[in-house]
Design a protein around this ligand. Structure first.
Ligand SMILES: [Fe+2]
Length: 205
């Protein structure tokens, strides 16, 4: 699978987990009850799979290749995508703080979690749509086949350096469990063949 297809496959999994997060946050807000471990599991997937693995490959490899090909880094699509990633990191950090809060959640915490989950879901949906529809086609158009193969190779090295094989297995299992427990219409909209397919080449597997 080529580099861009790998990223697109990862987007599909990310969107399903994001939908599960949004659904769980709505339930927590409605019932005023939270399982901190469950929030911590979402945070683990968002921080490790979405940010370290997926955004890490984009920023360190794909965006770098596009910058080498002449695309500006302080304006245009690369700058916008990095800003989105930073916003996502800040939101996940705030969700992590809530999950680690020593005291029991108060009213403001329940509302805060729901708001953060909604903001993260809105951000990621919009961000992923722009990457799928604008950034990735731009990469496919402007990077030569040789450059795209080089990106593929660098993805592999990026994942290897992070000893990501075992991490991938754990995170993929975590994602499926979260989707199973909290996913709603999203799971039904996905064809069964796609639901059961692991993300190939993600995190080194
Ligand atoms: Fe992405």
């Amino acid at each position: 699978m080529d580099a861009i297809q790998t990223l697109i496959q990862e987007h599909r999994l990310i969107l399903r987990v994001v939908e599960a997060l949004e659904s769980y946050a709505e339930q927590v807000d409605r019932e005023r009850q939270v399982a901190r471990d469950e929030v911590a599991d979402f945070v683990s997937f968002l921080a490790e799979f979405v940010d370290l693995c997926h955004h890490g490959k984009e920023e360190n490899v794909l965006f770098a290749a596009l910058a080498d090909a002449g695309f500006p880094t302080t304006s245009g699509p690369l700058a916008v995508m990095r800003t989105d990633h930073d916003r996502g990191r800040r939101l996940v950090r705030r969700i992590r703080e809530l999950s680690e809060k020593a005291e029991a959640w108060d009213e403001a915490d329940f509302e805060s979690f729901a708001g953060l989950a909604r903001a993260y879901a809105d951000l990621l949906r919009d961000h992923i749509r722009r990457e799928d529809e604008v950034l990735y086609p731009m990469a496919e158009e402007h990077l030569s086949r040789a450059q795209q193969r080089h990106v593929e190779e660098l993805f592999r090295l990026f994942e290897e350096q992070r000893e990501a094989g075992r991490r991938h297995e754990r995170l993929h299992g975590l994602a499926e469990r979260l989707i199973e427990r909290h996913g709603r219409a999203g799971a039904d909209r996905e064809p069964a063949s796609r639901r059961s397919r692991p993300v190939p080449n993600c995190c080194g597997l």
